[in-house]
Every structure is written in structure tokens, then in C-alpha cells.
Design a protein around this ligand. Structure first.
Ligand SMILES: Nc1nc2c(c(=O)[nH]1)N[C@H]1C(S)=C(S)[C@@H](COP(=O)(O)OP(=O)(O)OC[C@H]3O[C@@H](n4cnc5c(N)ncnc54)[C@H](O)[C@@H]3O)O[C@H]1N2
Ligand code: MOO
Length: 393
């Protein structure tokens, strides 16, 4: 058995360099940026009014002013900003050179074309040209997942298409004679295949394109057929059949098909029988069949690999919390306990469920976090600081 940290390094080493594709901006949310995003214009492109009101010279606020024009968004005024004059101006409109202040209309009185400033405090209510970004600025760097604000920013930069990492094609293969698809009537001994759907959702969450294969039966022929269908995927994720039982055939069949195994078995709970390696041109991860073990291993190994394949940060994000209760000493495997988070004084409080069966999806669904307990961790007292992996909410 190898440690979680060693296994993680070996899994991440399976990632090929990301390949680029160009997508229109409206399809770029959630994608991994592969090139620096460089501004093609300056924003704002001109000094612009931040309020509806009047543009004038600060030196003139104490005298009555003659209103000589109007500047609206999309309709600039082209006159001279002469002393003793002001113009009507609206939010977003260019402020002509020479006027250095916009006074809100609530703070003036107007009589015909004569303007009197009643309250000169505040302001200047002008957004300076280039205040947000300037042409040529590198505004976003590669290696980030594009969020909604980034989309707005890229659009404002006049970027219409952007180079992102191709989404890894991930074949998801459940195996087991007991498994049927959701929505069917179960015969004796059958259960619904939940893992492949949950794992596919985790693939998508990490930016991959899941491809759920038909369920393999517990025969070597059936598994071979499915591996043939999976060929060409960037990553093949099998679920189940990884342990030592007579019907656990995934490792055997993969080996016969030429799998170069990086490791099998990790000193962790749940998920001991995890395997990973390369098969043909694909990376492969063999997840254990117990539903919670499969999901926990996917969080710790599969999702980081899919992120790395897109050039994204794949490092482990551990946060700190205080224990809400005492805990007994740990065994010789690193333990990831399903837990809920509660409000605490300085740090959140973390409360692991009393029951940690790796088949209980209800607990996985309710969990906010995986509390990490290192192998051979001694007993812990409530209030001690521990680390956890946050789960998506
Ligand atoms: N003698 C030993 N037995 C077991 C060991 C061991 O070390 N020695 N390890 C246990 C651990 S830990 C795990 S985890 C499981 C992993 O076993 P497999 O990867 O071979 O998984 P299966 O036997 O195929 O299935 C286990 C369990 O999960 C259910 N399952 C499988 N696939 C799905 C699916 N797609 N959707 C829903 N549920 C699924 C399956 O019906 C079984 O109940 O081995 C232990 N045994
Ligand atoms: O360690 Mo297994 O992965 O509990 O169910």
C-alpha cells in the first residue's frame, strides 16, 4: 500500500499536456483558459460620467454657470469647456476635456440655461480613461477556470473568441451483474447502478466530458468489449470489481489488455483498492465499487487529474476547522470521514457522522466536508484544530 500523497503524484503524472481549442466567448464559462487574455482596447475608453447631472470646472462651483450643451452615452459633445460654462451630462457619457467634475442633478438648481450648484461636496464622479484596464494589459493569465465575471471582462476587452483547453473525454464504466439502470423494476439481488451517474457528474464538475458506457457484466468478455468502446478516451474510469473477490475482474482484464499500472492499493479509508495507470493511449483509474469509496477517490484523485489535463491547478485544498467532538485513535490508513460543518467562534466546527459505512450515500449527500485524519493519528479532543476537504454544496 502506498500513501495518499504518493498516489496523488503518480495519478497526476498520467496527465498529458492540455490541447487547445478556440471557442466563442458565450461558450467559454467553466472552461480552462490556455492563453493570456490581452485587452484589445482601453476601458473606459474615455473619461466618463459616473452620475446623471452636469459637467463643469471645479473652479466654477460657486458661480452661476451657462449650460452650453449636452453629452449622453453614445452621443458625445464636441464643444469647448470654457470657464463659466457647464453641460448637461448623463451616466456613461464622455466628459469633455477641461471639465473636471460632474455634479449630481440632485445637487443643483436650473433655471432655463443657468445652473447653480447647491452642494459641491462629493465627486468628482468621473471614471478616468483606462481606470479598469488599458489596451495591451494582460488581464487574465492561463490556468484559470473562466467564471461569469471573466466572461464579462473578456467581452469588455473586445475578445470574441478564446483559446481554452479541450475538455477531457472521460469514459465511465460500471461493472457488476447486480446492476440495472435507474427507472427499472428490480429483480431479486439487483440494485440500481448509482456510481456511474455520480462519477459522471463529478467528471463534469471538474471540466471533463463524461461518456457513460453500458454496464459491464462480471465476465472477462464483457469487460473487454467495454474497454474496446472506451478506447481513445483521455481517461477511462472503471467502478467496482477492484477488490479481491472471485468476480473482481477489472484489474485482471486491464492487465491482459496491456495496462501499465502505477499502483494498486492505497493506505486510505475508504478506497483502499484504488488502482491507476495507463492503458493504450488513455490514463486509467479503477475506482472501488462501494459508492462512497468511489466518490471519495474521485474527489481525491480523478478530479485533480481531470483538472491537470486542462492545465488547471490540481493541488489539494485543505481548510481548517475545530473538532465538535472527541475522536478515537486512527488505524494505519489515512481516513476521510464524512462530516458536517457548523458555525464556530474563530474557525468552523466539524462534526463527523457517527456512522462511516462506505456504502451510505445518504451520508455522502448530507456531508459538507471530508475530515482528514492521518494514518496512526492519536485520539483527539473536541476543539482541537483539524484539516478538511470542502465538498461542493
Ligand atoms: N476480502 C476482502 N474483501 C473486500 C476488501 C478487502 O480488502 N478484502 N475490500 C473491501 C473494500 S475496502 C472495498 S471498497 C470493496 C471494493 O470492492 P470492488 O471495487 O471490487 O467493488 P464491488 O465488489 O464490485 O462492489 C462493492 C459494492 O459496491 C456496489 N456497487 C458496485 N458498483 C456499483 C454501482 N455502479 N452502483 C452502485 N453500487 C455499486 C456493489 O453492489 C457492492 O455492494 O471491497 C471490499 N471487500
Ligand atoms: O475502503 Mo472500502 O474503500 O471502505 O469501502
Amino acid at each position: 500500500m502506498i500513501s495518499v500523497g504518493e498516489a496523488r503524484e503518480l495519478v497526476l503524472a498520467l496527465a498529458p499536456a492540455p490541447t487547445a481549442e478556440t471557442v466563442p466567448l458565450q461558450h467559454a464559462a467553466g472552461r480552462a483558459l490556455l492563453e493570456p487574455a490581452i485587452a484589445r482596447l482601453t476601458q473606459p475608453p474615455f473619461d466618463s460620467a459616473a452620475m446623471d447631472g452636469y459637467a463643469l470646472r471645479s473652479a466654477d462651483v460657486d458661480v452661476p454657470l451657462k449650460i452650453v450643451g449636452e453629452s449622453a452615452a453614445g452621443h458625445p459633445w464636441h464643444g469647448e469647456a470654457a470657464p463659466g460654462t457647464a453641460i448637461r451630462i448623463f451616466t456613461g457619457a464622455p466628459v469633455p476635456a477641461g471639465f473636471d467634475r460632474v455634479v449630481m442633478q440632485e445637487h443643483v438648481t436650473r433655471d432655463g440655461d443657468v445652473l447653480t450648484v447647491m452642494d459641491a461636496a462629493g465627486g468628482p464622479h468621473i471614471r478616468a480613461r483606462g481606470g479598469d484596464f488599458a489596451e495591451g494589459d494582460v488581464v487574465l493569465r492561463p490556468g484559470r477556470r473562466i467564471n461569469a465575471a471573466d466572461i464579462g471582462l473578456l467581452a469588455a476587452m473586445n475578445v470574441a473568441h478564446i483559446s481554452v483547453a479541450r475538455r477531457p473525454d472521460v469514459a465511465v464504466l460500471a461493472s457488476g451483474d447486480e446492476l440495472v439502470r435507474p427507472g427499472q423494476t428490480l429483480r431479486e439481488g439487483q440494485i440500481v447502478s448509482s456510481n456511474d451517474l455520480a462519477i459522471a457528474a463529478q467528471v463534469a464538475e471538474a471540466g471533463g466530458m463524461p461518456r457513460i458506457l453500458p454496464i459491464a457484466r462480471d465476465t472477462e468478455d464483457s469487460l473487454r468489449e467495454r474497454f474496446a468502446e472506451a478506447a481513445g478516451a483521455d481517461l477511462i474510469v472503471t467502478i467496482g470489481g477492484a477488490s479481491v473477490g472471485d468476480h473482481d475482474l477489472v484489474g485482471k482484464v486491464a492487465f491482459e489488455l496491456g495496462m501499465q499500472r502505477s499502483f494498486y492499493r492505497i493506505a486510505m479509508r475508504p478506497g483502499k483498492p484504488l488502482m491507476a495507470g495507463r492503458i493504450g493511449d488513455s490514463a486509467m483509474i479503477g475506482l472501488p465499487g462501494n459508492p462512497v469509496s468511489a466518490m471519495v477517490c474521485a474527489i481525491l484523485f480523478m478530479q485533480p487529474l481531470i483538472r491537470r489535463m486542462q492545465g488547471l491547478d490540481a493541488s489539494e485544498k485543505l481548510l481548517r476547522a475545530r473538532l465538535a467532538c472527541d475522536l478515537p485513535p486512527e488505524g494505519n490508513r489515512q481516513h476521510y470521514l464524512r462530516a458536517v460543518l457548523e458555525d464556530g467562534r474563530d474557525l468552523p466546527l466539524i462534526r463527523p457522522f457517527g456512522e462511516q459505512d462506505s456504502a451510505r450515500l445518504t451520508l455522502m449527500s448530507r456531508a459538507d466536508a471530508l475530515l482528514v485524519r492521518p494514518a496512526d493519528d492519536p485520539a483527539r479532543k473536541a476543539e482541537e484544530i483539524v484539516q478538511f476537504v470542502p465538498l461542493p454544496r
